[in-house]
Design a protein around this ligand. Sequence first.
Ligand code: NAD
Ligand code: TYD
Length: 351
Amino acid sequence: MIFERNIIITGGAGFIGSHVVRLFVTKYPNYRIVNIDDLTYAGNLENLLDIEAAENYFFEKANICDAVRMRQIFEEYSIDAVIHLAAESHVDRSISNPLSFVQTNIVGTANLLHIAKEAWQNAFDGKLFYHVSTDEVYGSLGDTGLFTEETAYDPRSPYSASKAASDHLVRSFFHTYHFPAVISNCSNNYGPNHFPEKLIPLSINNILNNKPLPIYGKGENVRDWLYVVDHASAIDTIYHQAAIGETYNIGGHNEWKNIDLIRLLCKLMDEKLGRTAGASEQLITFVKDRAGHDLRYAIDSSKIQRELGWTPSVTFEEGLSKTIDWYLANPLWLEHVTSGDYLTYYNKQYH
Ligand code: NAD
Ligand code: TYD
């Protein structure tokens, strides 16, 4: 079969990557999608069971830092585009183990850029390197204001610093070599397949198991939440429409204080589980604050809305309800990812 495009998606077995892989594999049967993922603790092929037999889907277990393997894959599949999501992604882990973030997020991205440039031999027509990044590169907001594409970078955790460094490398390739790159910076995602180390899936899992809900500090920190399927649709839009060298912020104008979000989650889960109103809220436990905890993130996504016509499709209440329903319908997924290594991580982080 001759494919119209040959696209690498890195980190496709992770949370967001699996939704992007599913969207591209099903929506574009003429595209060959090559998922490169090293299956770290966060990578899970169970996220892709429904599409793994598709004729246009290919999986390569490989580390993005491995130059020999990356070169082979570029050649074997005649790659003409990369959507790069592979990363170490959890702030708390970056505080306890910053070097793995430097390795994958910075060195891994540099390696992919270098090999793509080499494979494309500076003939960039029809080629694209799409780098998926985070709003955390902009640092922390006070009570007012929004991150725009012009906001100066001010990363404050090893995670956000490593993502900022990778963004700078991508832009440097664009400016220096006219390398065909685009970048997007998205706010906090939530939805199905989210690994239960992050606030929302961790709390869903703990409510199900009647375990304490650890809230850092006073729960006053604010995050701007976007349903993961909407992030995937924004990536689709940017992949197909953005001009080379552009950056887009992606967000849902949906700011929540952590404590208010967890109260809403408790209320929805009490209803769905048939528990007495207020039962799950009793599990809320305030714990020691995260080191260097960013106060507030909030995205101005007017550029992508105005220029590319993208808007989120679900409200937060709808998205949260769908997310809880997914976890209730997939107890085995949760059971598999919360055994072994997860318990070691959890006990170290929270006790
Ligand atoms: P995730 O941790 O769920 O998934 C990361 C994936 O990358 C995993 O499948 C893992 O196995 C793979 N991976 C890690 N190191 C690798 C390596 N060296 N080589 C190959 N594969 C490797 O992360 P996520 O939440 O899905 O985030 C995906 C991307 O989106 C990241 O780049 C992240 O910075 C960005 N992002 C995330 C959010 C969010 O809220 N989660 C928001 C904005 C941007
Ligand atoms: P998280 O889901 O780790 O995403 P990020 O740090 O990338 O924004 O955390 C979201 C917010 O929830 C953040 O302010 C930290 C807070 N938080 C808790 O209060 N308790 C927890 O156990 C976790 C994991 C996060």
